[in-house]
Design a protein around this ligand. Structure first.
Ligand code: 4HQ
Length: 253
């Protein structure tokens, strides 16, 4: 029905790596609902030689193998012939733009993404130069391939597609869009091994609960991620809460 649908084509030498994460939970349901179509495309299927090789030794010498340009160009020709020009062609690589919620939101607006997962020592540079529109890194550590980064990107993007999360959860999405960490959650029982749920949450006093949660979000962000707090869009109420926290600290010293 009316929901927009996104197509994600993933070019990989190891399509079987994706089956677990994409066949469970929210991503599975999103696919079943037709909100996202995820196609796993084996780069090896686009190798033109009889041994179906996709890598070769590096020009200039050196250790290891380089993923050849040809199968990736051939795969992109096939994708373009089938679906037209994709919105973005993304290469997962350590040199890429750092992935965050803002990048995820940007990608979630596209109708068609192509993700290229590298393996081995690297990919022939002509791929990055002539096929790729965006390079993305999921963090400063070295992985064995672009598959896990692709899963991370697809997961973060899919949950932002309208209809993927329930109505309640998507409303909550807005509360995280303000750039603060989440407040702590509790469920029954009210006491477990002597550990009690904060009294205010049992009070039924909705305004007090809202203020307590907001204060917890602010405190957690201040304590764990002050960098996020500095960039957050704080309301007048937030500033009032933080000022009261500061007064509390002053009274201690
Ligand atoms: N890679 N964020 C793929 C990464 C990486 C990252 C190293 C990319 C190995 C073959 N990608 N090559 N971090 O570590 O995106």
């Amino acid at each position: 029905m009316g929901e927009p649908k996104m197509v994600v084509d993933i070019l990989t030498l190891f399509p079987e790596m994706f089956t677990g994460p994409f066949d469970a939970s929210i991503i599975k349901r999103a696919r079943e609902k037709g909100l996202v179509e995820i196609n796993l495309i084996n780069i090896r299927d686009f190798s033109r030689n009889k041994h179906r090789t996709v890598d070769d030794t590096p020009y200039g010498g050196g250790a290891g193998m380089v993923m050849a340009a040809e199968p990736l160009f051939e795969a992109m020709d096939w994708i373009r012939a089938r679906r037209g020009e994709p919105g973005r062609v993304i290469l997962l690589c350590p040199a890429g733009r750092p992935f965050n919620q803002e990048v995820a939101a940007e990608l979630a607006r596209e109708k068609h993404l192509v993700l290229i997962c590298g393996h081995y020592e690297g990919i022939d540079e002509r791929v990055a130069e002539h096929l790729v529109t965006d390079e993305i890194s999921i963090g400063d550590y070295v992985l064995t391939g672009g598959e896990l980064p692709a899963m991370v990107v697809v997961d973060a993007v899919c949950r932002l597609i309208p209809g993927v999360l329930g109505e309640r959860a998507s409303a909550q999405e807005e509360s995280f869009a303000d750039g603060l960490l989440e407040y702590p959650h509790y469920t029954r029982p009210r006491e477990y091994r002597g550990y009690r749920v904060p009294e205010v949450l049992l009070s039924g006093h909705h305004e007090k609960i809202r203020l307590w949660r907001r204060r917890q979000s602010l405190l957690r962000t201040l304590a764990s991620r002050p960098d996020l707090l500095a960039r957050a869009s704080l309301t007048g109420e937030d500033r009032k809460i933080l000022a009261s926290v500061l007064e509390e600290i002053k009274s201690l010293i």
